[in-house]
Design a protein around this ligand. Structure first.
Ligand code: HXC
Length: 296
């Protein structure tokens, strides 16, 4: 573990990480906990959240609380944020990490397929930011929002169009609200990661490919995928105090993949309809496995 920060850096902070039960969300939640924050995680699978909370508290002590919520439902989001406020006072930070994505030729997407992703990423991230931000303004407290985006917000996301469109929207939300809510002491920044292989994302973005990073290095000048500690350190830097003049920014952490040629899925143009049929089946079975565990 390569930590750049002193123990207790985030003591006194209360942070909500959406989609914090797995993947990048779990990693960031762990670092916040380790550095002294009280952490809340939410997601659709209560059992997964509870297991993660236990695992992290066993490892680091402290407090991780879980909320089972589908962020596509605005009222459910507002209820959850209200409960968090009632539980111990205002949050100090929010990480918009929850997302949905799968690779697909756009010609094969149904409106429901588009909505499944846009409702999570575009609408859901707004609902959570709005529910938290309006309370910060009412309570006259400062706060920090970090959204997890992708470099495709700058150059387009072939084969991931609903996600690229939605994340591009959250990029402009970051800039817009940094300006609108700056007077309240609220800052918003975003992280645009290159490949940081996790089980949830790889099952839908690189089906059949292992998460060890093999096969995901192509086109990345640094010749490797990202290391979780690197992402965690950036997420902690943006959440911590000491650089609060930094707001409205989206920072890529991608080994220069984007600068070198895009870092997106344009290479998938080579796939045949048959290849896509197989991909879709693999993605479907990953989705079905997740769905069977959902509590909302
Ligand atoms: C085409 C598909 C499809 C596929 C689903 N659909 N999978 N279409 N190809 N592979 C279509 C379905 O046919 C259906 O439309 C519609 O989408 C809704 O499907 P459901 O399974 O009912 O959706 P739902 O249960 O709401 O699940 C949402 C989901 C699922 C997005 C489809 O994947 C999910 O819950 N994902 C959450 C976790 C996740 O995706 N993690 C990876 C994030 S990675 P019809 O018309 O048939 O009814 C990420 C990385 C960003 O965001 C960038 C990194 C660099």
């Amino acid at each position: 573990m390569v930590s750049m920060f002193r123990d207790g850096l985030l003591k006194g902070k209360r942070i909500l990480v959406t989609g914090g039960g797995t993947g990048l969300g779990k990693e960031m939640a762990e670092d916040y906990l380790r550095l002294g924050a009280e952490v809340y995680i939410c997601g659709r699978r209560k059992n997964v959240l509870d297991e993660t909370a236990k695992e992290l508290m066993d490892r680091h002590g402290g407090s991780v609380k879980t909320h089972s919520v589908d962020i596509r439902v605005a009222q459910a989001v507002d209820d959850m944020v209200g409960e968090i406020w009632a539980d111990g006072g205002p949050l100090s930070g929010l990480v918009n990490n929850a997302a949905g994505n799968f690779i697909s030729p756009t010609k094969d997407l149904s409106p429901r397929g588009f909505d499944a992703i846009a409702n999570i990423v575009f609408h859901g991230s707004f609902y959570v930011t709005h529910a938290v931000g309006t309370r910060w303004i009412a309570d006259k407290v400062k706060g920090s929002v970090i959204s997890i985006l992708t470099t495709w917000i700058w150059n387009g996301g072939p084969f991931t169009v609903p996600s690229a469109m939605s994340k591009a929207g959250i990029n402009i939300m970051t800039k817009s609200l940094a300006a609108e809510w700056g007077p309240y002491g609220i800052r918003l920044n975003a992280i645009a990661p290159g490949p940081f292989p996790t089980e949830g994302a790889w099952a839908r973005l690189s089906p059949g490919q292992s998460t060890d990073g093999e096969g995901s290095r192509e086109g990345i000048p640094m010749g490797r995928v990202g290391e979780m500690d690197e992402l965690k350190n950036l997420a902690t830097f943006l959440m911590g105090d000491g650089c609060e003049y930094l707001t409205g920014q989206t920072i890529a952490i991608d080994g220069a993949g984007y600068s070198a040629g895009g870092g997106n899925f344009s290479r998938l143009s080579k796939l045949t309809d048959d290849d896509w049929g197989k991909m879709r089946e693999m993605i479907r079975s990953a989705n079905d496995k997740d769905k069977a565990q959902r509590s909302v």
